[in-house]
Design a binder for this molecule. Sequence first.
Ligand code: SF4
Length: 460
Amino acid sequence: MNERDSEAVAAQLVAKGYTLAPSEKNADVILLNTCSVRDFAEKKAIGKMQNLAADVRKNRPEVVLGFLGCMAQSRGRELIDKLPDVDLVLGTQKFHRAAECLDEIITGAREKIVDVAEEENSEATIREHLLNGSAKTSVSAFVSIMQGCNQRCTFCIVPFTRGEERSRTIPDIVAECRELVSRGVKEITLLGQIVTSYGRRGGSGRGTKVESRAPAPLLPSTLDLRPSTIKSPFVQLLDAVHEIDGLERIRFTSPHPKGYGDDLIDAYARLPKLVESAHLPVQSGSDRVLKLMHRGYARKRFLGIIEKLRRAKPDIGITTDIIVGFPGETETDFEETLSLAREVEFDNAYIFKYSQRRDTPAAEMPDQVPQKVREDRNRRLLELVNGIAARKYDAFIGRQVQILVEGPSRKNPARYTGRTRCNRIVLFDGGARHQGRLMDVKITRTGSFTLYGDPAIMNL
Ligand code: SF4
């Protein structure tokens, strides 16, 4: 989300006549878009700003320094009190105001600006793209479909920093996707804090019709899947985006297991452009901890979703997020997380040591788990997850997979990089002629979370 928000702000500034500086050393304006999900991210942003103030601002006092995003939203003026070199603090509903605020500061109309107020329709303001900035972004683009979250998981600061759920309308989102495809984009990732709640609550897209009937599912009749008759607003959006000619692939992130209904599982079977990839944050394998987290589902329900997804799409890549050391998590609870990871065999898992966030209910819960125990559980789970992932990567050797070629590899420009439909990165010896193409490659070997492919004998 932050990457997408930063891109939109940069595109809005470019449209106003700014140019992107090659480095912060010669930039006249430096904006840090911040994350509050973990304490570490906040500390890093503050440390970075202190360095900028000491290095850049000291030599060039005219440089404008600003904080955007979640930490700006949650801390507001406190940031300027703590770091007097900061000129601008813009919250998560104010990204689109960056250009006008900078004008005011640069012309001297205002010295400092802090704006973290709510703004109606702000969910529809993240729409500009910088497609010419990098070769990769012209193939694949993120589209923000909603902002905020009403789930209020007890560990999470997002409902405080991003506000209530607000969705854009389907026509508005489809128009943005069409425009991207007309500029060469082949793959779109629909973005939101909780995309499975799209259209259910606030914003201009609220109340998207839900009475539409889904066609009969295209799943083999031997599968015991309950046919879905009602399509959620999110699945209606997937249907609408799927209609766009020239678009090859659709992804989305992040969904919530609670919203993973049969209509969405049917969508994987019905919509060929919806790729076989699902990031389903489970957070814990223990029902007791899931309840303390206020996640709204139990282990059995989560495992049921995975089973249905794999029946619908046997090759689907499934990744997850897991928090270890949540307050009150016992060794038995943690072992249930280990057993869930063994049972599901995730293709990858992002594991986080629980981080206390101020103003969240979990920060006040009794039985906070000591840091040493959090670290130990983190290590044990990581070992398990990485071992399973490595085995699953090795199973690709000798297989032929379809990739969408994104561009030259960052580490080695002689190599090109693409992604499989199940979201694995593939490197191969390629050239500019492969850029933006869907092509088949044969996997010859694996590296750390990377596949190496050989396109030589395939459809060149
Ligand atoms: S669903 Fe996700 S964004 Fe929403 S409160 Fe829970 S963890 Fe945070």
